[in-house]
Design a protein around this ligand. Sequence first.
Ligand SMILES: Cc1cc2nc3c(=O)[nH]c(=O)nc-3n(C[C@H](O)[C@H](O)[C@H](O)COP(=O)(O)O)c2cc1C
Length: 312
Amino acid sequence: MQIVLAPMEGVVDHLMREMLTQIGGYDLCITEFVRVVDQKLPARVFTRLCPELLQGGKTRAGTPVRVQLLGQEPGWLAENAVRAVELGSPGIDLNFGCPAKAVNKSRGGAVLLKDTEKLYQIVKAVRDAVPPAYAVSAKIRLGYEDTSLTLDNACAIAAAGASSLAIHARTKTDGYRPPAYWPWIAKIKQQVSIPLIANGEIWNAQQALLCQQQSQCQDIMLGRGALAMPNLAQHIRLQQPAMPWPQVLQLLMQYSEFEIAGDKGKYYANRVKQWFSYLKLQYPEAQHVFSQLRLLSKSQDILALLQQQLAK
Ligand SMILES: Cc1cc2nc3c(=O)[nH]c(=O)nc-3n(C[C@H](O)[C@H](O)[C@H](O)COP(=O)(O)O)c2cc1C
């Protein structure tokens, strides 16, 4: 079983990848998306989002980190894919699942699921441009509004030469509402022979198993669940119990120190609040802290609150 840490814009940044891969159990991480419009982006855009490029494309724990691109222009996506690989990314992932309005307006992300031919062109252009030794993977939802093109899209992506396909088993219209339709992945598996990675709504070991059974897919990708339970990958692999809350608090302190030092606290408050919004699904203690945390915006105040909790 391969376990992939899902890309999550605004939450799974390089510090989160560092911490979660150190806890262990992940075989691969995918970065937040790099938006490609109509130019070759400077190296700093890639290294800002993926500083792991400066250390061989791996987290310190040794887990490979693949750069994800989002856009609609095959040529520009191909050029930027080559750049990312030259900068040290061990492959490229293509985002065909992002539901954000701004992204879809400029025809990137999930809206491309309405255009099977375009999906083919993008994957083909990137695959042809990137040396064969590097993976070119794609990530899709089941569709935009419905599942009428699910199989066509998956077949087109495979025919264009993708090395693997991660499937978030919901349409764009489904948003993040449970359930995830894992049996759909098994249907796709009957049509395409590239490796598939099942994604969506895996929060614990039991759901991971159910997902594997229903999707007929060994490999899984963990998103929000990985934030709700920082040792989710090891919980699934080794039946570890959920990390105890005091240890999570220590992790939060470590994250806070890194995050505040890294970007001088610019994004810290939002990111830590977003992390809490997932932690409180797993830990009742987080719910209690969150009610105080949500009123705070200054990094120092948030740190003080966490320190106070840790001292309890
Ligand atoms: C806050 C947030 C940000 C996300 N950002 C990305 C992204 O940058 N690229 C991408 O392909 N998917 C992105 N996703 C989708 C996740 O990778 C994943 O497919 C989705 O959350 C379903 O998996 P889960 O139920 O395990 O969370 C994002 C999801 C969330 C909730």
